[in-house]
Design a protein around this ligand. Sequence first.
Ligand code: PMP
Length: 381
Amino acid sequence: MTRSLLMIPGPVEVDSQVLEAMARPVVGHTSPGFVETFGACLDGLRDVFAAPDGQPFVIAGSGTLAMEIAVANIVEPGDRAVVVETGYFSARMADILRRHGAQVDMVHAQAGHVPDLAEVEAALAHGAKVLTVTHVDTSTGVLAPVKELAALARKHGALIVVDGVCAVGGQEFRQAEWDVDVCLTASQKALAVPPGLALVTARPRALETFQARKTPVASYYADWTLWLPIMQAYQARKPAYFATPAVSLVTALNESVKHINAEGMEARWARHTRLSAAFKAGVEALGIRQVPVNESVRAVTLTTMYYPEGVDSTLLGRISAAGVVVAGGLHPAIAAKSFRVGHMGVDGIGEVLRTLSAIEQGLGVKTGAGVAAAQARWVQQ
Ligand code: PMP
Protein backbone atom coordinates (compact mmCIF):
# COMPACT_ATOMS: atom_id res chain seq x y z
CA MET A 1 0.00 0.00 0.00
CA THR A 2 1.35 3.43 -0.89
CA ARG A 3 1.55 5.66 2.12
CA SER A 4 -0.26 9.01 1.85
CA LEU A 5 1.32 12.21 3.07
CA LEU A 6 -0.61 13.55 6.08
CA MET A 7 -0.96 17.33 5.72
CA ILE A 8 -4.00 18.04 7.90
CA PRO A 9 -3.62 20.47 10.84
CA GLY A 10 -3.04 17.60 13.25
CA PRO A 11 -2.32 14.81 13.61
CA VAL A 12 0.78 15.36 11.50
CA GLU A 13 3.66 13.36 10.04
CA VAL A 14 5.87 11.83 12.73
CA ASP A 15 9.63 11.27 12.45
CA SER A 16 10.73 7.61 12.25
CA GLN A 17 12.84 7.89 15.43
CA VAL A 18 9.80 9.13 17.33
CA LEU A 19 7.74 6.24 15.96
CA GLU A 20 10.52 3.86 16.95
CA ALA A 21 10.41 5.26 20.51
CA MET A 22 6.66 4.45 20.60
CA ALA A 23 7.37 0.88 19.50
CA ARG A 24 9.87 0.05 22.25
CA PRO A 25 8.81 -2.54 24.86
CA VAL A 26 6.40 -1.03 27.38
CA VAL A 27 8.10 -0.18 30.67
CA GLY A 28 6.72 0.36 34.15
CA HIS A 29 5.80 3.93 34.97
CA THR A 30 7.97 3.84 38.12
CA SER A 31 10.94 2.08 36.50
CA PRO A 32 14.24 4.02 36.73
CA GLY A 33 14.41 4.28 32.93
CA PHE A 34 10.96 5.81 32.60
CA VAL A 35 11.50 8.14 35.58
CA GLU A 36 14.55 9.52 33.74
CA THR A 37 12.62 9.77 30.44
CA PHE A 38 9.66 11.61 31.97
CA GLY A 39 11.94 13.90 34.00
CA ALA A 40 14.01 14.79 30.92
CA CYS A 41 10.84 15.38 28.91
CA LEU A 42 9.47 17.84 31.50
CA ASP A 43 12.84 19.64 31.65
CA GLY A 44 12.99 19.88 27.85
CA LEU A 45 9.44 21.23 27.61
CA ARG A 46 10.43 24.37 29.51
CA ASP A 47 12.62 25.27 26.53
CA VAL A 48 9.86 24.44 24.04
CA PHE A 49 7.42 26.77 25.84
CA ALA A 50 10.24 29.27 26.50
CA ALA A 51 9.16 29.19 30.13
CA PRO A 52 12.16 28.61 32.41
CA ASP A 53 9.93 29.37 35.42
CA GLY A 54 7.01 27.26 34.14
CA GLN A 55 5.65 24.03 35.53
CA PRO A 56 4.79 21.63 32.71
CA PHE A 57 2.06 19.03 33.16
CA VAL A 58 1.94 16.09 30.72
CA ILE A 59 -1.26 14.09 31.12
CA ALA A 60 -2.87 11.39 28.96
CA GLY A 61 -5.65 12.95 26.93
CA SER A 62 -6.20 15.23 23.96
CA GLY A 63 -5.97 19.00 23.56
CA THR A 64 -9.50 19.44 24.87
CA LEU A 65 -8.41 17.93 28.18
CA ALA A 66 -5.52 20.42 28.25
CA MET A 67 -8.07 23.23 27.80
CA GLU A 68 -10.17 21.83 30.63
CA ILE A 69 -7.15 21.41 32.94
CA ALA A 70 -6.24 25.07 32.45
CA VAL A 71 -9.77 26.28 33.15
CA ALA A 72 -10.68 23.86 35.95
CA ASN A 73 -7.69 24.80 38.09
CA ILE A 74 -7.90 28.56 37.71
CA VAL A 75 -11.58 29.37 37.48
CA GLU A 76 -14.06 29.25 40.35
CA PRO A 77 -17.83 29.58 40.04
CA GLY A 78 -18.84 33.18 39.47
CA ASP A 79 -15.46 34.34 38.09
CA ARG A 80 -15.57 36.54 34.99
CA ALA A 81 -13.68 35.41 31.91
CA VAL A 82 -13.07 37.26 28.65
CA VAL A 83 -12.68 35.11 25.54
CA VAL A 84 -11.02 36.46 22.40
CA GLU A 85 -12.93 34.83 19.56
CA THR A 86 -10.95 33.87 16.48
CA GLY A 87 -12.81 30.68 15.54
CA TYR A 88 -14.27 27.33 16.52
CA PHE A 89 -11.81 26.63 19.35
CA SER A 90 -12.46 29.95 21.12
CA ALA A 91 -16.12 28.92 21.25
CA ARG A 92 -15.07 25.57 22.77
CA MET A 93 -13.04 27.43 25.41
CA ALA A 94 -16.11 29.53 26.25
CA ASP A 95 -18.17 26.32 26.70
CA ILE A 96 -15.55 24.84 29.04
CA LEU A 97 -15.38 28.07 31.05
CA ARG A 98 -19.19 28.10 31.45
CA ARG A 99 -19.15 24.42 32.46
CA HIS A 100 -16.80 25.41 35.30
CA GLY A 101 -19.10 28.20 36.44
CA ALA A 102 -17.48 31.23 34.82
CA GLN A 103 -19.42 34.20 33.48
CA VAL A 104 -18.10 34.52 29.96
CA ASP A 105 -17.79 37.71 27.98
CA MET A 106 -16.91 36.81 24.41
CA VAL A 107 -15.31 39.42 22.17
CA HIS A 108 -16.45 38.41 18.69
CA ALA A 109 -14.83 38.59 15.27
CA GLN A 110 -15.92 37.30 11.89
CA ALA A 111 -14.13 34.25 10.47
CA GLY A 112 -10.74 35.44 9.23
CA HIS A 113 -10.51 38.41 11.59
CA VAL A 114 -9.09 39.13 15.05
CA PRO A 115 -11.28 41.17 17.42
CA ASP A 116 -10.34 44.77 17.92
CA LEU A 117 -7.88 45.11 20.80
CA ALA A 118 -9.83 48.13 22.08
CA GLU A 119 -12.92 45.92 22.44
CA VAL A 120 -10.91 43.31 24.34
CA GLU A 121 -9.61 46.05 26.62
CA ALA A 122 -13.12 47.39 27.20
CA ALA A 123 -14.25 43.87 28.23
CA LEU A 124 -11.27 43.51 30.58
CA ALA A 125 -11.98 46.92 32.11
CA HIS A 126 -15.22 45.51 33.58
CA GLY A 127 -13.01 43.27 35.70
CA ALA A 128 -12.05 39.72 34.75
CA LYS A 129 -10.10 36.94 36.41
CA VAL A 130 -8.93 35.45 33.15
CA LEU A 131 -8.48 36.27 29.48
CA THR A 132 -8.35 33.33 27.07
CA VAL A 133 -6.84 33.43 23.60
CA THR A 134 -6.43 30.81 20.89
CA HIS A 135 -2.93 31.50 19.55
CA VAL A 136 -3.72 29.87 16.20
CA ASP A 137 -7.34 28.93 15.60
CA THR A 138 -7.26 25.79 13.50
CA SER A 139 -10.69 26.46 12.00
CA THR A 140 -9.76 29.84 10.51
CA GLY A 141 -5.95 29.82 10.39
CA VAL A 142 -6.07 33.12 12.27
CA LEU A 143 -3.09 34.10 14.40
CA ALA A 144 -3.94 36.14 17.51
CA PRO A 145 -1.54 38.82 18.82
CA VAL A 146 -0.72 36.97 22.03
CA LYS A 147 2.05 39.31 23.16
CA GLU A 148 -0.21 42.38 22.95
CA LEU A 149 -3.13 40.56 24.55
CA ALA A 150 -0.91 39.38 27.41
CA ALA A 151 0.10 43.00 28.05
CA LEU A 152 -3.58 44.00 28.15
CA ALA A 153 -4.38 41.18 30.58
CA ARG A 154 -1.55 42.30 32.82
CA LYS A 155 -2.65 45.93 32.72
CA HIS A 156 -6.11 44.91 33.93
CA GLY A 157 -4.96 42.35 36.51
CA ALA A 158 -6.28 39.28 34.65
CA LEU A 159 -4.50 36.00 34.09
CA ILE A 160 -3.99 34.98 30.48
CA VAL A 161 -4.53 31.44 29.25
CA VAL A 162 -3.28 30.67 25.73
CA ASP A 163 -4.61 27.72 23.74
CA GLY A 164 -1.44 26.88 21.84
CA VAL A 165 -2.67 23.54 20.46
CA CYS A 166 -2.02 24.51 16.85
CA ALA A 167 0.95 26.74 17.67
CA VAL A 168 3.44 25.51 20.30
CA GLY A 169 6.55 24.15 18.61
CA GLY A 170 5.92 25.96 15.31
CA GLN A 171 4.63 29.46 15.91
CA GLU A 172 6.91 31.91 17.72
CA PHE A 173 5.86 31.85 21.37
CA ARG A 174 7.82 33.10 24.38
CA GLN A 175 5.76 32.25 27.43
CA ALA A 176 7.94 33.89 30.10
CA GLU A 177 9.04 36.91 28.06
CA TRP A 178 5.46 37.63 26.94
CA ASP A 179 4.27 36.97 30.49
CA VAL A 180 1.66 34.34 29.60
CA ASP A 181 0.38 32.59 32.73
CA VAL A 182 -0.85 29.30 31.27
CA CYS A 183 -0.22 27.79 27.86
CA LEU A 184 -1.64 24.49 26.72
CA THR A 185 -1.12 22.21 23.77
CA ALA A 186 -1.41 18.61 22.62
CA SER A 187 1.09 16.11 21.26
CA GLN A 188 -0.27 15.75 17.71
CA LYS A 189 0.47 19.13 16.15
CA ALA A 190 3.73 21.07 15.89
CA LEU A 191 5.33 18.82 18.54
CA ALA A 192 5.06 16.05 15.93
CA VAL A 193 4.05 13.14 18.18
CA PRO A 194 0.95 10.93 17.73
CA PRO A 195 -2.24 12.13 19.47
CA GLY A 196 -2.84 11.24 23.10
CA LEU A 197 -1.07 13.71 25.38
CA ALA A 198 -2.39 16.93 26.91
CA LEU A 199 0.32 19.44 27.82
CA VAL A 200 -0.10 22.47 30.06
CA THR A 201 2.60 24.83 31.33
CA ALA A 202 1.68 27.04 34.25
CA ARG A 203 3.80 29.93 35.49
CA PRO A 204 4.00 31.10 39.14
CA ARG A 205 1.08 33.56 39.10
CA ALA A 206 -1.26 30.86 37.80
CA LEU A 207 -0.06 28.36 40.41
CA GLU A 208 -0.52 30.95 43.16
CA THR A 209 -4.07 31.63 41.96
CA PHE A 210 -4.72 27.88 42.01
CA GLN A 211 -3.28 27.55 45.51
CA ALA A 212 -5.48 30.38 46.77
CA ARG A 213 -8.73 28.72 45.58
CA LYS A 214 -11.68 28.79 47.93
CA THR A 215 -13.49 25.90 46.23
CA PRO A 216 -12.15 22.47 45.23
CA VAL A 217 -11.35 21.84 41.56
CA ALA A 218 -14.56 20.42 40.07
CA SER A 219 -12.80 17.79 37.94
CA TYR A 220 -10.96 14.97 39.73
CA TYR A 221 -8.71 13.90 36.82
CA ALA A 222 -7.78 17.50 35.94
CA ASP A 223 -6.92 18.60 39.50
CA TRP A 224 -3.40 20.05 39.87
CA THR A 225 -3.58 19.13 43.58
CA LEU A 226 -3.17 15.54 42.45
CA TRP A 227 -0.84 16.14 39.48
CA LEU A 228 1.60 18.74 40.79
CA PRO A 229 3.40 16.36 43.22
CA ILE A 230 3.67 13.82 40.39
CA MET A 231 5.29 16.24 37.95
CA GLN A 232 7.59 17.54 40.70
CA ALA A 233 8.62 13.98 41.59
CA TYR A 234 9.52 13.04 38.01
CA GLN A 235 11.46 16.30 37.67
CA ALA A 236 13.41 15.28 40.81
CA ARG A 237 13.91 11.86 39.11
CA LYS A 238 11.76 10.10 41.72
CA PRO A 239 8.99 7.63 40.95
CA ALA A 240 5.43 8.67 41.74
CA TYR A 241 1.90 7.56 40.99
CA PHE A 242 -1.47 9.21 40.75
CA ALA A 243 -2.87 7.89 37.44
CA THR A 244 -0.88 5.73 35.04
CA PRO A 245 1.04 7.87 32.55
CA ALA A 246 0.93 6.97 28.84
CA VAL A 247 4.48 5.59 29.01
CA SER A 248 4.94 4.94 25.28
CA LEU A 249 3.62 8.36 24.28
CA VAL A 250 5.74 10.12 26.90
CA THR A 251 8.78 8.23 25.57
CA ALA A 252 7.90 9.41 22.06
CA LEU A 253 7.34 12.97 23.27
CA ASN A 254 10.73 12.96 24.97
CA GLU A 255 12.33 11.84 21.71
CA SER A 256 10.60 14.62 19.78
CA VAL A 257 11.43 17.24 22.42
CA LYS A 258 15.11 16.23 22.08
CA HIS A 259 14.88 16.79 18.31
CA ILE A 260 13.06 20.10 18.77
CA ASN A 261 15.65 21.42 21.22
CA ALA A 262 18.50 20.19 19.02
CA GLU A 263 17.02 22.27 16.18
CA GLY A 264 16.50 25.17 18.63
CA MET A 265 13.30 27.18 18.97
CA GLU A 266 14.51 30.21 17.01
CA ALA A 267 15.54 28.01 14.06
CA ARG A 268 12.32 26.03 14.31
CA TRP A 269 10.13 29.13 14.27
CA ALA A 270 12.13 30.47 11.32
CA ARG A 271 11.72 27.17 9.41
CA HIS A 272 7.96 27.21 9.94
CA THR A 273 7.77 30.85 8.81
CA ARG A 274 9.75 30.09 5.66
CA LEU A 275 7.73 26.95 4.86
CA SER A 276 4.46 28.78 5.38
CA ALA A 277 5.55 31.64 3.10
CA ALA A 278 6.47 29.13 0.38
CA PHE A 279 3.14 27.27 0.67
CA LYS A 280 1.11 30.49 0.74
CA ALA A 281 2.99 31.80 -2.32
CA GLY A 282 2.04 28.55 -4.05
CA VAL A 283 -1.68 28.80 -3.32
CA GLU A 284 -1.72 32.49 -4.26
CA ALA A 285 -0.19 31.58 -7.63
CA LEU A 286 -3.11 29.17 -8.09
CA GLY A 287 -5.56 32.01 -7.44
CA ILE A 288 -6.74 30.51 -4.15
CA ARG A 289 -7.95 33.03 -1.56
CA GLN A 290 -7.01 32.59 2.10
CA VAL A 291 -9.45 32.88 5.03
CA PRO A 292 -7.36 35.19 7.29
CA VAL A 293 -7.87 38.65 5.88
CA ASN A 294 -4.26 39.79 5.76
CA GLU A 295 -0.72 38.64 6.34
CA SER A 296 -0.48 39.95 9.90
CA VAL A 297 -3.23 37.56 11.06
CA ARG A 298 -2.06 34.47 9.15
CA ALA A 299 -0.65 31.53 11.11
CA VAL A 300 2.56 29.82 10.01
CA THR A 301 1.50 26.34 11.13
CA LEU A 302 -1.39 25.97 8.68
CA THR A 303 -3.09 27.61 5.71
CA THR A 304 -6.87 27.92 5.50
CA MET A 305 -8.31 28.63 2.06
CA TYR A 306 -11.58 29.06 0.18
CA TYR A 307 -12.29 26.69 -2.68
CA PRO A 308 -11.83 28.49 -5.98
CA GLU A 309 -14.97 29.48 -7.94
CA GLY A 310 -16.84 26.42 -9.18
CA VAL A 311 -14.95 23.98 -6.92
CA ASP A 312 -16.42 22.17 -3.90
CA SER A 313 -15.33 19.69 -1.25
CA THR A 314 -14.97 16.90 -3.84
CA LEU A 315 -11.55 18.49 -4.40
CA LEU A 316 -10.37 16.83 -1.17
CA GLY A 317 -10.94 13.35 -2.64
CA ARG A 318 -8.98 14.26 -5.77
CA ILE A 319 -6.09 15.63 -3.68
CA SER A 320 -6.17 12.43 -1.66
CA ALA A 321 -6.09 10.35 -4.86
CA ALA A 322 -2.89 12.26 -5.69
CA GLY A 323 -1.38 10.96 -2.43
CA VAL A 324 -1.86 13.83 0.03
CA VAL A 325 -4.43 14.09 2.81
CA VAL A 326 -5.69 17.62 3.55
CA ALA A 327 -8.61 18.72 5.73
CA GLY A 328 -12.03 20.19 4.98
CA GLY A 329 -13.51 23.27 6.61
CA LEU A 330 -14.41 23.36 10.32
CA HIS A 331 -15.67 26.82 11.25
CA PRO A 332 -19.49 26.64 10.96
CA ALA A 333 -19.74 29.87 8.93
CA ILE A 334 -17.28 28.71 6.25
CA ALA A 335 -17.10 24.91 6.65
CA ALA A 336 -18.59 24.10 3.24
CA LYS A 337 -16.51 26.72 1.44
CA SER A 338 -13.06 26.18 2.89
CA PHE A 339 -10.26 23.65 3.28
CA ARG A 340 -7.11 23.49 5.34
CA VAL A 341 -3.52 22.33 5.04
CA GLY A 342 -1.19 21.90 8.01
CA HIS A 343 2.55 22.41 7.46
CA MET A 344 4.18 21.93 10.81
CA GLY A 345 6.36 19.68 12.91
CA VAL A 346 8.87 17.82 10.78
CA ASP A 347 7.55 19.02 7.41
CA GLY A 348 10.04 20.49 4.96
CA ILE A 349 9.90 22.00 1.48
CA GLY A 350 9.52 18.51 -0.05
CA GLU A 351 6.20 17.98 1.73
CA VAL A 352 5.00 21.48 0.78
CA LEU A 353 5.83 20.98 -2.92
CA ARG A 354 4.23 17.55 -2.95
CA THR A 355 1.05 19.00 -1.41
CA LEU A 356 0.88 21.81 -3.95
CA SER A 357 1.41 19.30 -6.74
CA ALA A 358 -1.51 17.22 -5.40
CA ILE A 359 -3.71 20.34 -5.17
CA GLU A 360 -2.82 21.18 -8.79
CA GLN A 361 -3.71 17.64 -9.84
CA GLY A 362 -7.00 17.89 -7.92
CA LEU A 363 -7.82 21.21 -9.59
CA GLY A 364 -6.69 20.04 -13.02
CA VAL A 365 -4.01 22.77 -13.27
CA LYS A 366 -1.38 21.70 -15.79
CA THR A 367 1.12 24.56 -15.53
CA GLY A 368 2.82 23.73 -12.24
CA ALA A 369 2.38 27.39 -11.29
CA GLY A 370 1.80 26.70 -7.60
CA VAL A 371 4.81 24.42 -7.21
CA ALA A 372 7.00 26.89 -9.12
CA ALA A 373 5.92 29.88 -7.00
CA ALA A 374 6.52 27.98 -3.76
CA GLN A 375 9.92 26.81 -4.90
CA ALA A 376 10.83 30.35 -6.01
CA ARG A 377 9.79 31.78 -2.61
CA TRP A 378 11.67 29.04 -0.77
CA VAL A 379 15.01 29.64 -2.52
CA GLN A 380 14.63 33.41 -2.36
CA GLN A 381 14.41 33.47 1.44
N1 PMP B 1 -7.52 23.98 20.32
C1 PMP B 1 -7.08 24.07 19.07
C2 PMP B 1 -6.55 25.38 18.59
C3 PMP B 1 -7.10 22.95 18.25
O1 PMP B 1 -6.66 23.03 17.00
C4 PMP B 1 -7.58 21.73 18.73
C5 PMP B 1 -7.62 20.48 17.87
N2 PMP B 1 -7.76 20.64 16.54
C6 PMP B 1 -8.05 21.69 20.05
C7 PMP B 1 -7.97 22.84 20.82
C8 PMP B 1 -8.61 20.45 20.64
O2 PMP B 1 -7.64 19.45 20.65
P1 PMP B 1 -8.05 17.90 20.58
O3 PMP B 1 -8.73 17.68 19.28
O4 PMP B 1 -6.71 17.22 20.66
O5 PMP B 1 -8.91 17.62 21.74
